[in-house]
Design a protein around this ligand. Structure first.
Ligand code: NAP
Length: 217
């Protein structure tokens, strides 16, 4: 579970631990690591936007055989509705976290999967080009569209070895989603866990809502 200090990531850990699954999860700070250890997970520090930190994942999970791996870490950019260019700093922060981060950790995760394991990345419907009817938050949308491309490639590269999907978790009440969001984390994560558990190999390389409904790329 990559990026599990709070929000959707932490809820995945809580629910899998409640089912007595063994969980390895990452956070960037001591408070997050403590929360994860408090749930009985093996916790280690990882910042996907930092090359040295992210490259250390492989030895931390060496010898593991994960049934499920979830890349959840993500950030939003400025929420402007115009076509103004993002600042370089904002572009770097969002793209490094949402795109480069998964590109860094996915190959390492692939080496630590059980046969037929499942990989899920937390994308967003906002990254869908096929279903887009409104603009705004262009940088975030572009980052999730790029993440979807990365996930699709992973599904082709790992064909026969792993089932890989991108999820829209819903509009979820977290620090990112805000208190006015549609659903709570428990509902979102319970839905995604159900979908993950029931995935068939033919679904690898798909983009799914938290309830399993396909979303156009
Ligand atoms: N909430 C929604 O409505 C919604 C909708 C669509 C998609 N999503 C996606 O779902 C995922 C989780 O969202 P959320 O609502 O739970 O967000 P959140 O409450 O803001 O939590 C984001 C998580 O990502 C971690 N993270 C951020 N940058 C990181 C980095 N460089 N390295 C490692 N971890 C990092 C954060 O860790 P720190 O505590 O260290 O910052 C935190 O654990 C994101 O990818 C988001 O884009 C959310």
């Amino acid at each position: 579970m990559i990026g599990a200090s709070r929000g959707i990531g932490l809820e995945f850990v809580r629910q899998y631990r409640a089912d007595a699954a063994e969980v390895a999860a990452t956070a960037r700070d001591d408070a997050g690591l403590e929360r994860l250890r408090g749930l009985g997970a093996t916790a280690f520090r990882l910042d996907v936007a930092d090359a040295a930190s992210a490259s250390g994942l492989a030895w931390q999970i060496e010898g593991a055989a994960f049934d499920v791996a979830i890349v959840n870490a993500g950030v939003t950019g400025a929420r402007g509705g115009g076509v103004d260019a993002p600042t370089e700093a904002d572009f770097d922060r969002v793209m490094r976290t949402n795109v480069l981060g998964p590109m860094r950790v996915l190959p390492q995760i692939a080496e630590a999967l059980a046969p037929g394991g499942r990989i899920a990345v937390l994308s967003s419907r906002m990254g869908s080009i096929g279903s887009r009817a409104a603009a705004g938050s262009s940088l975030y949308r572009a980052s999730k569209a790029a993440l979807n491309s990365v996930l699709k490639d992973a599904s082709l590269i790992l064909g026969g070895k792993a089932i890989c999907v991108a999820f829209h978790p819903g509009w979820v009440k977290t620090d990112m989603g805000g208190s006015g969001a549609d659903i709570d984390v428990a509902t979102s994560v319970a839905g995604m866990r159900r979908v993950i558990a029931g995935l068939a190999p033919a679904q690898s390389g798909s983009f799914l809502n938290h309830d399993g409904t396909p979303i156009p790329w």
